[in-house]
Ligand binder design. Structure first.
Ligand code: PLP
Length: 397
């Protein structure tokens, strides 16, 4: 008889977005004329950059001719994109070998798949609140998870607690859901802690392109010693609007060894066995992000979202509401006005302003009483939503 992986029975129902959808639909039913604005989504809305579209077309053309047609490609990605990524890292002052870079169909897959190369006995450390994928993928494997409290006292950027011993440490900076971004000194502490404990940091840099302050690290490898303790995950999703096109990359340095083995070799083995690479056409499109024209066009999109973030934070500033994020991130995380609970505020915001956001408690215990808005909507909708927000909650806090 086949048996199930009973760890799946321990995964919490992912009710957050379904509950958001349910409450929104119910409201719409009783208020059919309401003009609802959604600032809850973590998905981009700007179309792909023209340079990317052009490169995708070139990729299609290549597939139409015998002499340029591509069948199975290298599982880890074509050299043309790995070299472009290597140069991108070099711009941040990080020297990588192209074979330390693995191209994939996105960061989410790699964040889950990387666990194949780690023992199920490893203890996992995750900050709370957190991107739920880290928790669920480890629960599926039956690993023990220890939570690290992120709250206002540490600006939602927890530092290592020497009394906690963990083997795998998840860090996401700039963070989803809080938008908070670690500075260099904090990452030095994490890297030192990981090296001292032989732990491995799984560093999620999916939002690195939103960092606008030169002094803030955009890669964990900007920190000395990170190559012996960290794997970095990144994505074209938020950088270049690839959420529906799918492309990401993971860096596993040659210097990273545990139990006397190179993790790069293990990951290569894992990928060549279970993954057949990203479509050539998509890799052509993704590589175009790093051309001069591509970089310029991508920046325009990111600046567009950043302007929305500023509209949101300006409103919160005026209302005196505590928040973090928004500056180096598309996410703004704030304390619910009037000491409301997350869901209570969700209902109040929908009722009074017809705006949908995401209740913080959906991301963990420490999200209770907090709320996440995103800057991925249009300018017009963001301005209108925050006008209504201010009218509804001005004077409440
Ligand atoms: N990591 C974080 C923190 C995210 O918020 C997301 C998507 O929202 C991802 C990874 C997934 O990225 P991708 O689209 O590349 O799978």
């Amino acid at each position: 008889m086949a048996h199930i992986n009973s760890n799946y029975l321990n995964i919490k129902e992912s009710y957050l977005f379904s509950e958001v959808a349910k409450r929104t639909a119910k409201f719409k039913e009783s208020h059919p004329d309401a003009d609802i604005i959604r600032l809850g989504i973590g998905d981009v809305t700007r179309p792909l950059a023209p340079t990317v579209i052009e490169a995708l077309h070139f990729g299609v053309e290549d597939m139409s001719r015998g002499e340029t047609f591509k069948g199975y490609g290298p599982e880890q990605g074509y050299d043309f994109i790995k070299n472009a990524l290597k140069d991108y890292y070099a711009e941040k002052g990080v020297e990588l070998d192209k074979d330390e870079i693995f191209v994939s169909d996105g960061a989410k897959s790699d964040l889950g798949n990387i666990l194949d190369i780690f023992s199920k006995d490893n203890v996992v450390l995750v900050p709370d609140p957190v991107y739920p994928v880290y928790v669920d993928t480890n629960t599926m494997d039956g690993r023990e998870i220890v939570y690290l409290k992120a709250d206002e006292s540490n600006n939602f950027l927890p530092l290592p607690n020497k009394s906690i011993k963990a083997d795998l440490i998840y860090l996401c900076s700039p963070n989803n859901p809080t938008g908070a971004c670690y500075d260099r000194a904090a990452l030095v502490e994490w890297v030192n802690y990981a090296n001292e404990n032989n732990a491995v940091i799984l560093f999620d840099a999916a939002y690195e392109c939103f960092v606008s302050d030169e002094s803030l690290p955009r890669s964990i490898y900007e920190i000395d010693g990170a190559k012996t303790c960290a794997i970095e995950f990144c994505s074209f999703s938020k950088t270049a609007g690839f959420t529906g096109t799918r492309c990401g990359y993971t860096v596993v340095p040659f210097a990273l060894e545990r139990d006397g083995h190179k993790l790069n070799k293990f990951w290569l083995r894992r990928q060549t066995t279970k993954f057949n690479g990203v479509s050539y056409i998509v890799q052509k499109g993704a590589a175009a992000v790093f051309t001069e024209e591509g970089k310029k066009q991508i920046k325009e999109n990111i600046d567009y979202y950043k302007e929305n973030a500023k509209t949101i934070t300006d409103t919160l500033d005026r209302l005196g509401i505590w928040y973090c994020g928004g500056k180096h991130s598309p996410y703004i995380w704030f304390r619910c006005p009037g000491n409301m609970g997350s869901w209570e505020f969700f209902d109040a915001l929908l009722e009074k302003a017809n705006v949908v956001g995401t209740p913080g408690e959906g991301f963990g215990e420490n999200g209770k009483g907090y709320f996440r808005l995103t800057s991925f909507s249009t300018h017009e909708n963001t301005v209108e939503a925050m006008k209504r927000f201010e009218k509804a909650f001005g004077g409440n806090d």
